[in-house]
Structure formats: structure tokens, C-alpha cells
Design a protein around this ligand. Structure first.
Ligand SMILES: [Mg+2]
Length: 129
């Protein structure tokens, strides 16, 4: 079955880039949200296989949205990758505390991004056997 990826990103440029790239290269179905609250609602309704979550988001930021998803038994097992700029050790600790499963630094290295996304989608598939 086609994998579902949710991209939560307020920058239109990044949103369009990620949407097109993932649909064309990873053959997954990509939904997008423009803020943390919308991301939360789509994640709860659609239960995607993977979420790419920007940290700086309007209404509800990526850190808070992830905490809520990871505290809910229904959405806890969905891997969430943070999309973020420079990451210090302290930032990394905060992301792990919030429940993120990994992070991708901005600006995106397209190759690394696709490798990571494919890795998470395949790992999840393997878990089901
Ligand atoms: Mg942002």
C-alpha cells in the first residue's frame, strides 16, 4: 500500500519542495499542513506513516505538536522527524525529550533527506512482518 507522509511546514517554498520531491522520488502520498494545529489534526485523522515537522510554526510550534502526538497512544508510534536549522547539543536534547525520532538540518541536503525518509518508511514496513 502507498505510504503516507505528512509535511508540517509554514514556508511555502519548503512545503512545495518536500511535497513534490517525496511524491516523485519516494512514491508516497504526501499531505501538507501550514501550522502545528493543522498538523496535529491531520495526523490524528490520517495516521500517516511518517511526519516531517518544522520546529518554528505558527499557532502551535513543532515541539509542542510533537509532544502532544507522542503522548497519545493512537499517534505515539508514528516517527516524527524535525526540520530545523543549526542544531546544538542542547537543541538535540530538547528534540529527543519532546519525542522526535530524528532531525534533518535546513537547508536540506536532498540526498540525505530522501535517504532518511526512505529509511524510516522501510523500517516501518519491516516492523509489520
Ligand atoms: Mg517555520
Amino acid at each position: 500500500m502507498e505510504k503516507k507522509v505528512l509535511v508540517v511546514e509554514d514556508s511555502e517554498t519548503n512545503r512545495v519542495l518536500l511535497h513534490d520531491l517525496l511524491e516523485k522520488v519516494c512514491y508516497c502520498s504526501v499531505s501538507v499542513a501550514v501550522n502545528g494545529k493543522q498538523g496535529l489534526e491531520i495526523a490524528q485523522a490520517d495516521l500517516p506513516d511518517l511526519i516531517l515537522m518544522d520546529l518554528g510554526l505558527p499557532v502551535l510550534d513543532g515541539m509542542e505538536a510533537t509532544k502532544i502526538l507522542k503522548a497519545d497512544a493512537k499517534t505515539r508510534s508514528i516517527p516524527i522527524i524535525a526540520l530545523t536549522g543549526f542544531v546544538s547539543n542542547e537543541d538535540e536534547e530538547r528534540m529527543m525529550d519532546a519525542g522526535f525520532d530524528g532531525f534533518l538540518p535546513k537547508p536540506f541536503d536532498v540526498r540525505k533527506l530522501l535517504d532518511k525518509v526512505c529509511l524510516y518508511l522501510t523500517a516501518r514496513e519491516n516492523l509489520q512482518f
